[in-house]
Ligand binder design. Structure first.
Ligand code: PNS
Length: 160
């Protein structure tokens, strides 16, 4: 039977660390659905549509990967689309506590959904969307940390 996985997140914006994880997931699962949370309380820099466009461009060539958005409970969305796995990345031990809490809560909400933690390449273990935005806003170089299109959009946002 086909194993479908959901890789959820804010992706505000997508980084090379996220892309690394998408590629690893695509090699491991039959189908990967990258899904952006819509009803966030956080004030995002990019709209959901902008984030989807950047992700679409980043996954070009990965035939078993699609991009979508979701609102409400993640486990409900996972079940609705017939998936059984949630993929989350762990960069360092500091990520683990929050990820463990979410994974166990999601397991409590649905015992049909399993969370799988994956490790990005070491080169991205320090990388986050938050830091990338901060560096871009302050005029630092983010080359090699995000796709070229994302770099351009960040520069446009901050009018660098
Ligand atoms: O990239 P992020 O911001 O770390 O992603 C967090 C995300 C989207 C995975 C998480 O906030 C989430 O799943 N939100 C949906 C609402 C939900 O299901 N909450 C209960 C999680 S235990």
């Amino acid at each position: 039977m086909e194993t479908r996985a959901v890789y959820p997140g804010s992706f505000d914006p997508v980084t090379n660390g996220h892309i690394d994880l998408i590629q690893r997931s695509a090699a491991f699962f039959d189908k990967v659905v990258v899904s952006i949370l819509r009803n966030t309380e956080k004030a995002p820099l990019f709209t959901v549509e902008e984030r989807m466009e950047m992700l679409q461009e980043a996954i070009q060539g990965l035939k078993n990967v699609s991009v979508t958005s979701f609102a409400g409970l993640l486990v409900d969305f996972v079940e609705q689309i017939g998936a059984s796995v949630i993929v989350r990345g762990i960069r360092a031990v500091s990520d683990y506590e929050y990820e463990l809490q979410m994974a166990l809560m999601n397991r409590r909400l649905s015992n049909k959904v399993e969370t799988v933690f994956m490790l990005p390449a070491e080169a991205y273990s320090f990388l986050s969307s938050k830091l990338v935005k901060e560096i871009a806003q302050l005029g630092g170089s983010i080359r090699g940390l995000v796709p070229a299109e994302v770099e351009k959009r960040l520069c446009d946002k901050f009018r660098i």
